[in-house]
Ligand binder design. Structure first.
Ligand code: UD1
Ligand code: CA
Length: 453
């Protein structure tokens, strides 16, 4: 990759989004639009990245710091004006790659082809174009006998220009000094009263420079996001791309269109995903795991061969061969070791559960450390909250907790001890003990009157 500076235009208000949030911070497959653009650029390997920020710049700057230099456009007077703010930072002989922060589907492969074409052509600028079935809203590429002449915006175009299907993707390569000069010459003489970046091409052509174009065959990559309908369309396309990618990597997805996998999730081969499942954030799923149906995993680590059915898990680690669900809820900081079983209507939060332990039905486990081979009976509750503070429950290895038990924290249940069903345990239990806390059963004989009389 030759020496390039990438410039991302991301200062616009995104008026058509009708949102408080800056447009480039809206999420697509789990992360902001601008992250997708930064990912492609980083994969391409440019030497420098500048992002033009303006509207909502505190939020955008905070989010991308460390990944890009920041240039502020104080007033949003158009794409040409935005790029002009970066002009002082451009090196004369260096290549410049200009991208829009609202175009998240462009791949690094396409950018690579664009740069190659630009380098080979020796032209001052190369425009990435695409053929769109519905070109409405995009700038159209005007040609004269095949040669690039100009870009005309939708709002400035006449009827015959509106029928042109080749559009400007808003992604370009420039020679640094040509761009610097041309930017100083653009004016806001158009229907929107804006400084159009696309006017630099008129300026370059008028001084005899040549402009090259590169048409991407995959028009979906050109999709610009200006409103929430386009955001949803782009997300559909991206989810489809992600599913196909993982299927080609050896993941089985049953009824793919009902499964959504975020861009940063990682799956290993022979994972099976059943319908209506959502894999969010940086979730990692290891070999042989079976997920779903109807399961949501967010930022989870699912180890080899675990099975998770009809459940929700967030920021949880699920060990090898664990069986989860149906209808389990694993909340942040849940850590399950190998072979743990968590059954129906069980909620676990900020707790670790040792190898082979079982929590099969109707339990709440919070702020607890549970050892190995523990059996937690149906309906067991760790009472971790006294109204003021959270307290910890410790259950050592090989403990048997009878059904319908309350463990009032802080409390420790020693190794191999047994808790009788229905107990409310408030004091520590030593190892190998039986602890029982219930009123003695009272039985009144012949309590019912004989109904025959
Ligand atoms: C632009 C192009 C159009 C192209 C389309 C591709 C111009 C004049 N038009 O139109 O030819 O088909 O992209 O999607 O360039 N921005 C700033 N500062 C501003 C204005 C915009 O940084 O003052 C940024 C926006 O945040 C956005 C990008 O520039 O990321 C493009 O701006 P937008 O208003 O979306 O341009 P389009 O109307 O889509
Ligand atoms: Ca746009």
């Amino acid at each position: 990759m030759p020496d390039y500076t990438a410039i991302i235009l991301a200062a616009g208000k995104g008026t058509r989004m009708k949102s408080e949030l800056p447009k480039v911070m809206h999420k697509l497959a789990g992360k902001p639009l601008i992250d997708h653009v930064l990912d492609s650029i980083e994969k391409l390997g440019v030497s420098e990245v500048l992002t033009i920020v303006g509207h909502g710049r505190e939020i955008v700057t905070e989010h991308i710091k460390g990944r890009s230099e920041i240039v502020i456009q104080h007033e949003q007077l158009g794409t040409g004006h935005a790029l002009l703010q970066a002009a002082p930072f451009l090196k004369k002989n260096k290549g410049v790659l200009v991208l829009s922060g609202d175009q998240p589907l462009l791949t690094s492969d396409t950018l690579d082809s664009l740069v190659k074409m630009h380098e080979e052509s020796n032209s001052s600028a190369t425009v990435l174009t695409a053929q769109m079935d519905n070109p409405y809203g995009y700038g159209r590429i005007i040609r004269n006998e095949g040669t690039f002449k100009a870009i005309v915006e939708e709002k400035d175009s006449d009827e015959s220009q509106k029928r042109i299907k080749e559009i400007n993707t808003g992604t370009y390569c420039f020679v640094g000094f040509s761009l610097q000069e041309a930017l100083t010459r653009i004016t806001p003489k158009n229907s929107q009263g804006e400084y159009y970046l696309t006017d630099v091409f008129d300026s370059l052509l008028s001084q005899g420079d040549s402009i090259e174009t590169f048409c991407t065959l995959d028009s979906t990559q050109a999709l610009g996001i200006n409103n929430r309908v386009q955001l949803a369309e782009a997300e559909d396309i991206l989810f489809d791309r992600i599913r196909k990618y993982w299927m080609m990597e050896g993941v089985t997805i049953i009824n793919p269109s009902s499964v959504f996998i975020d861009a940063d999730a990682v799956l290993e081969q022979d994972v099976i995903i059943h319908p209506y499942s959502i894999i969010k954030g940086k979730t990692k799923i290891e070999e042989g795991a079976i997920i779903g149906p109807s399961t949501i995993l967010e930022n989870c680590y699912c180890q080899k061969r675990c099975k998770i059915e009809n459940s929700v898990a967030r920021e949880a680690t699920i060990g090898q061969d664990c069986l989860i669900g149906p209808f389990a809820y694993l909340r942040p900081q849940t850590r399950l070791d190998k072979g743990v079983k968590v059954g129906d209507f069980v909620e676990i939060k900020n707790s670790s559960v040792g190898e082979g332990s079982k929590i099969p039905h109707l339990s709440y486990i919070g702020d607890s450390d549970i050892g190995k081979n523990v059996n937690i009976g149906a309906g067991t509750i760790t009472c971790n909250y006294d109204g003021y503070k959270k307290h910890k429950t410790v259950i050592d290895d090989d403990v048997f907790v009878g059904s319908n038990t309350n463990l009032v924290a802080p409390v420790r249940i020693g190794k191999s001890s047994v808790i009788g069903a229905g107990s409310t345990i408030t004091k520590d239990v030593p190892s190998k003990a039986l602890a029982l806390e219930r009123a003695a059963q009272k039985t009144i004989e012949n309590y019912q009157k004989d109904k025959d009389k």
